[in-house]
Design a protein around this ligand. Sequence first.
Ligand code: HEM
Length: 713
Amino acid sequence: MGTVRTNRGIVVGVFARTAGAVLGIVVAIATGTPTTAHAQGYCAPGVPASCEAGTTCEPISATAGLCCPVDPARGTVPICIGPDGPAQATVLSSELIGLLTLAQDPRLAADLFTGPWTNWYYEPRERGLAKLAVMRGILERFNLVDTYVGGEAGIPLVTDPARPSVTCAAGPYARRNLDGTCNDPTNPLMGAAGTRFGRNVALAAAYPDEAAMLTPNPRTISLALLRRRGIAGSGFKPVPFLNNIAGAWTQFQIHDWFDHGPVQRRSHDTIEVPLSPLDPLRWRQRTLSIPRTRPDPTRVAGRDDGLPPTYTNEVTHWWDASQVYGSDEATANRLRAFTGGRMKMDARGMLPVGERGYADTGMRENFWLGLELLHNLFVREHNAIADMLARNYPDWDDQRLYDTARLINAALIAKIHTLEWTPAILPNSNLDIGMHANWYGLNHYTCPPLPPLPGLYPNPVVYGVVGNPDGRNLHGAAFSMTEEFVSVYRMHPLLPEQFLVRSARNHRLRDVVATEDTRDARGRALLQRHGMLDLLYSFGISNPGALVLDNYPQFLQDLDVPGRGTIDMGTIDIVRDRERGLPRYNDARELLRLPRVPDFLTLTGGDERMARRLEHVYGDIDQVDLMVGTLAEGQRPSCYGFGETLFQVFTVMATRRLQGDRFYTELYNAGTYTNEGLLWVEMNSMKSVLLRHFPELADTGLSDVANAFYPWD
Ligand code: HEM
């Protein structure tokens, strides 16, 4: 049985650029239970009995102070949070000065490594947080790279010859355009659907090595190193501290952020991967034929010739829940009820069925049961928000109710991802603090709150990113998702080989379903047969797969995709990275400001057998593909579900998604979202959303976990 816990925390990174040096200032505040934090009373400094046990008097002035929770973990090694980990403790504001000084020490960046690996996670908390913050500052400065030209003197204008003049009309109220245009009226196409992916590495390093496209053979890698072991994947390796809602959630999120679009089905421009004579597919074909990614249709001859190959995003780059609503007006309109701001649901409260027999929704690629559950859940949530708004604003028309409910729903999803999903998959106490900083900023947690400090105010991190009118910062690069970000989310090993369907009422086994048989229309059929309640429960109590080698779902290596025949996603994951100019693992580490890994044994953290297997396939450590290297990393930050190379891209992109978006910074206010909307985002969580729509889940283990992505057991 998991322990009920409410962990809240915050880390603040403030970056000042001096002549060539990036300095970090970090302040960490983490509170215990919200009730403790909010129960602070006034006290007299120096009078021992003026605060309750477990709290201490933190002076505000010579004569008055606030009772703040005591931090039992102060100065200790970061601790795992997670279902059975200890609760987060508090750092008092009196410690801030020490932290500020610490994080300004330029030696901190150099001291971030012990051999090839980072060491922030076994430093005392304040120093560990300072190191994380310094690293993020460096990445923001050097690893947000434009793929549009003309940016020398500023942020380049995002262009598309097919849309030469996008104008941003000021409407009666602020709303997100469905296609992502006009988030920034001065750069209307920035972040819009159909615009380019950016990069997290220097453009000179972003060219594909066509000669090495098949070296080593990606199908050999897929079968020898990725494939889950055992008959029908019986060697499945689970993540014990996560549930399958977290796995499905990952794909639900990436479908909001990016999609390279359909491959060229009838193209003759394919990458032919030779099959060995022993390959199980060899009896019917000699190669795996992989159509190339659709080329960038927005390239301008002459102007763009100096760029590496670029690709465009089918969906908006913004965190706007486009997977639920669509990235164009026609899709959105198809899904709307056009009354009360609501979206269409059938008589049973389910999303309408679209083409090919499964949920009609904003993003329908690679659909399966996990996505059915989440898309259905968040359309129900949209309708609940629209109803709430309609009650509060009876004179609003359908359009305004829809637009505002969409904003609120998207912000709630973004908050759940930042404050719940991320600390669940990376349950390290420092990281939990960092993610809270991304959202709230320092002053939300400080005990006592910081005044506007000269030189610090209105820094968005200290004073909040979300909702800070001055919090927006593009760090000199047009906002976009990046190819590196797409690559590190190639988390197909999260998928288990099968699901046990159990009754939420009595835990009785109702069905055993292969994950392969939950795809497309079969997912909808399961939804109709078992109902959302039992399926959510079954996802909530079971574990996704670990992000390690030998754990790639077998069914994805033998996958039938309409129009494409049988494909091996393991092979495709590797080929796509090579095709799109992703540097190999060691080069990527160096470009992302991490030391290179010297040999296979260091990579596997001392696992000699795995090191030999990798060496047998690759021969040279510098040939290891980015995805394979990240899955092979034996040394991971404590409590982490994945390794530090992947985390490096997360570090820079997690804040960026919020900080680059006007709807999370200067427009995140009551005027745009309404007071009720802001409160809705603040008061809700994945758990409350589940319980709102399925109150019966209160009788399951969901009640016992603080974070709905922990296993409900
Ligand atoms: C049954 C479930 C899934 C199926 C059938 C599936 C299938 C696919 C297919 C067919 C592609 C496109 C391959 C290509 O480039 O030609 C793809 C891309 C991708 N998938 Fe999955 N996938 C599933 C679940 C997941 C999950 C759980 C994740 C975790 C985050 C994930 C992450 C990705 C990523 C990052 C891409 C690259 C997208 C892009 O190129 O823009 N997928 N998947």
